[in-house]
Write a protein that binds this ligand. Structure first.
Ligand SMILES: [Zn+2]
Length: 219
């Protein structure tokens, strides 16, 4: 059997990479050549791109604009700089939230957050999960074989929103998680000490995630 040595990972790099996030969409394209020249001068060997670019890559639902990212990857490749390509899944476009306002996360105080930052995501929301899978698939189809691609930057900053989401969708997932962890409501009552303050539950459907309470919550 012929033996093929495993490809080093990240693809195309044989020693510790040096670089950082590169967001060229934030300034005019004529600056990009100077960016890359300065990277070379600084010894940069890999950059992460596309992490917050969903709104530019999919400017309308199902309509894609990959031209600018093609040019960025080609430019970096010509300079010998490897690319860690981000899935832009931490920053869905404004049009997505107009269609799916319920995909915005809810704080433990019951406040639904607004669009205008990153990480405004209810991770249990089916529309978000579907849209995130779709843009990721589009990127993979287009760039899987691009010579600049060294590795994938899958999502960004796991754990935002910082306070997680307490919406009804997430509450349903929380109950499923409780069922898996404890088996049934009697075991939850036992584990949580719900004899305190009259919290005893008759069924998992009566349980909410740990939302804000008027006095000290059961720890
Ligand atoms: Zn949620």
């Amino acid at each position: 059997m012929p033996h093929t040595a495993p490809e080093p990972a990240p693809h195309g790099l044989r020693r510790l990479a040096f670089g950082g996030d590169y967001n060229p969409e934030q300034w005019p394209e004529e600056v990009w050549h100077e960016d890359v020249a300065l990277m070379r001068e600084a010894g940069v060997t890999m950059v992460s791109v596309g992490i917050f670019s969903w709104a530019l890559l999919e400017p309308e639902p199902g309509g894609y604009d990959f031209g600018w990212l093609d040019r960025v990857l080609d430019l970096l490749h010509e300079a010998g700089i490897r690319v860690d390509l981000g899935t832009p899944t931490v920053a869905p476009p404004a049009w997505f939230y107009r269609a799916h306002p319920e995909a915005l996360p809810v704080s433990r105080e019951g406040v639904r957050y607004a669009f205008g930052s990153r990480g405004a995501i209810c991770h249990s929301n089916p529309a978000y999960r579907s849209a995130a899978a779709n843009i990721t698939e589009q990127l993979a189809r287009r760039y899987a074989d691009h010579p600049a691609l060294a590795m994938w930057h899958v999502h960004n900053e796991y754990g935002v929103p910082v306070s997680a989401c307490y919406c009804d969708n997430c509450a349903a997932h929380f109950r499923r998680w409780l069922a898996g962890r404890h088996g049934g409501v009697d075991a939850v009552n036992e584990a949580w000490g719900t004899a305190f303050w009259g919290q005893r539950y008759r069924g998992l459907d009566e349980i909410d995630p740990p939302r804000a309470t008027p006095t000290v919550a059961n720890p």
